[in-house]
Ligand binder design. Structure first.
Ligand code: RFL
Ligand code: PHB
Length: 394
């Protein structure tokens, strides 16, 4: 089999890259280890930055998102029972975020891929990348018990944190930066109306709380929990009681509880690998970087990488621009590190750290008072939350 770009992974980054390249007349094959049902069953991000929304529109997959997604012009912070609104649009010259779940984005992209007729091969095993430093890389894999091979011009490693692409780069070339946080997030999804029209990020001495949503009738809540906790220890009833306990009475009384549709614990990690390319293979999204979810940046950074890579590849195929290929890693990383910084900052600001010294706890409190008590501080939070601008590719 031959193609121009072999894409490993059919998560949001692989599918979006595939769609943009397909629309530009560039041939792709996507290889995915799981089934489509499995990919759609993963409940993950819920907030789309401005730039993500625009790129999904540019890819022609925004019809349902524009009809059903909820535009949010603000978020709220909550400290010591005090509610602090952050008017995102007022502070960022009219920008906003959109509430539209990763599951829905993925479903829209899967449907678009299917109607385009471009191939996605699900259920592949033993994917291996070859000759990445040459002009003709290739990918081998097993499918339905048969050994298969794809010859291509480029490989896009969109296969997430546990994928094979990053591992195909020689260890002596990679530099890894990592910080693992000493707690996890317990998430619960339920068909209940959200407790508040806007998202609430709350600091509480019993731990952080996030009140998020997927629609006007579907809520997503998160609690900071010890890493040693198991999801089986958290019945729905215990979850709702703990959530109520961490919210002020006025919100607790409005909270509508119900059966959980999904409940899981995610560890929090900050991770970046440099460089994000090796020869003719490019790393995209979680394959190259992980953020704690506090800033809602994971999916948005994956889309940011896609934004740079597809423009560089289009310039290569349409205008013969070979010079841009080597710029991908640096362009992507400039924005990735800013997203890492914001996610790290938000995680520090909002969580309870039992291991922090008394001095560090005072610093955390001073940070909160400064950032949420001044217009400059709030503007810094707002402009990062709606998403920093992309650099132009030229
Ligand atoms: P994905 O979504 O992990 O997709 C990678 C795909 O590659 C496939 N794959 C392979 N395919 C073929 N061969 C192999 N050898 C393969 N190895 C892996 C996988 O099956 C998968 O389908 O990465 P992508 O596309 O880069 O997208 C990134 C986003 O999914 C991610 O950044 C966010 O979901 C992160 N994240 C969250 N971000 C937020 O902004 N807000 C959140 O609330 C939020 N919650 C989460 C999350 C990530 C989680 N993970 C990864 C543990 C909750 C969880 C549990
Ligand atoms: C979510 O709705 O899953 C969500 C929203 C905002 C975050 C993290 C997760 O910061």
């Amino acid at each position: 089999m031959n193609t121009q770009v072999a894409i490993i992974g059919a998560g949001p980054s692989g599918l979006l890259l595939g769609q943009l390249l397909h629309n530009a007349g560039i041939k792709t094959v996507i290889l995915e280890r799981q089934t489509p049902e499995y990919v759609l069953g993963r409940i993950r991000a819920g907030i789309l930055e401005n730039g993500t929304v625009e790129l999904l529109r540019e890819a022609g997959v925004s019809r349902r998102m524009d009809a059903e997604g909820l535009i949010h012009h603000g978020v709220e912070f909550l400290f010591s029972g005090q509610r602090i609104p952050v008017p995102l649009s007022e502070l960022t010259h009219g920008k906003s975020v959109m509430v539209y779940g990763q599951t829905e984005v993925t479903r829209d992209l899967m449907e678009a891929r299917q109607s385009s007729g471009a191939p996605t091969i699900y259920g592949v095993e033993q994917v291996q990348l070859h000759s990445l430093k040459s002009d003709k890389p290739s990918v081998t894999f097993m499918h339905n018990g048969e050994q298969c091979k794809i010859e291509c011009d480029f490989v896009a490693g969109c296969d997430g944190f546990h994928g094979v692409s990053r591992q195909s780069i020689p260890r002596e070339i990679l530099r890894e930066y990592e910080s693992v946080w000493p707690f996890g997030w317990l998430g619960l999804l339920s068909d209940t109306p959200p407790v508040n029209p806007e998202l609430i990020y709350a600091h509480h001495e019993r731990g952080f709380v996030l009140c998020s949503q997927r629609s006007l009738t579907r809520s997503r809540y998160y609690l900071q929990v010890p890493l040693t906790d198991k999801v089986e220890q958290w019945t729905d009833e215990r979850f709702w009681n703990e959530l109520k306990c961490r919210l002020p009475d006025e919100l607790g009384q409005k909270l509508v509880t119900g059966h959980s549709l999904e409940k899981s614990i995610a560890p929090l990690r900050s991770y970046v690998v440099e460089p994000m390319q090796y020869g003719r293979m490019f790393l995209v999204g979680d394959a190259a970087h992980i953020v704690p979810p506090t800033g809602a940046k994971g999916l948005n950074l994956a889309v940011s990488d896609v934004n740079y890579l597809w423009r560089i590849l289009r310039q290569y195929y349409h205008n013969g621009r070979t010079d841009l290929l080597s710029q991908y890693s640096q362009l992507a990383l400039n924005r990735v590190w800013k997203g890492e910084r914001f996610s790290w900052f938000m995680t520090h600001l909002l969580h309870d750290f039992q291991s922090k010294s008394a001095f560090d706890k005072k610093m955390q409190e001073a940070d909160r008072q400064y950032y949420l008590g001044s217009r400059a501080g709030l503007t810094t939070i707002a402009e990062n939350y709606v998403g920093l601008p992309y650099e132009t590719v030229e």
